[in-house]
Design a protein around this ligand. Structure first.
Ligand code: HEM
Length: 124
């Protein structure tokens, strides 16, 4: 049975998505300071592997990092509605730039909206 991961062309699509996303994060005044100084490659690799696993690709993320527990892993960052909106805005542009069917973009986008909302941990 084919998965979303297979249907969108596998790893290459997730590599494109994550690299377009982090180009925008690097220029975002709210998000950039939350990440470690220097290059964002490690953060990008983790996100790419996580998304590949989530959408039915290889389980490399959990093999290397264990259970995702995203809420716990984000607990140390100040994620208020403004940070959520910045994250989603970077991701929206990244998703829109992909060369995949609109239905697939919608599926990605619905997931990101839900996931980002679930990671808000500050209301200021
Ligand atoms: C809501 C706004 C969000 C903010 C501000 C945020 C911020 C961050 C930061 C600062 C890191 C640490 C990066 C590092 O130390 O190199 C991180 C890691 C990560 N984020 Fe987010 N994030 C957000 C939403 C999301 C969403 C929606 C997802 C999934 C769809 C996600 C998936 C991940 C993953 C997989 C990691 C790496 C975890 C690990 O294995 O250590 N994040 N995020």
């Amino acid at each position: 049975m084919s998965t979303f991961y297979d249907e969108v062309g596998g790893s290459a699509l997730f590599a494109d998505l994550v690299s377009a996303f982090y180009v925008r994060v690097a220029a975002d005044p709210i998000l950039r300071p939350m990440y470690p100084p220097g290059e964002l490659r490690t953060a990008a690799e983790h996100l790419q592997k996580f998304l590949e696993q989530y959408f039915g690709g290889p389980t490399t993320y959990s093999d290397e990092r264990g259970h995702p527990r995203l809420r716990m892993r984000h607990a140390g960052f100040h994620i208020n509605p403004a940070a959520r909106d910045s994250w989603l805005s970077c991701m929206k542009e990244a998703v829109e730039g992909l060369s995949i069917h609109e239905d697939k973009k919608d599926q990605l986008w619905r997931y990101f909206e839900m996931a980002a909302e679930s990671l808000v941990n500050q209301l200021d």
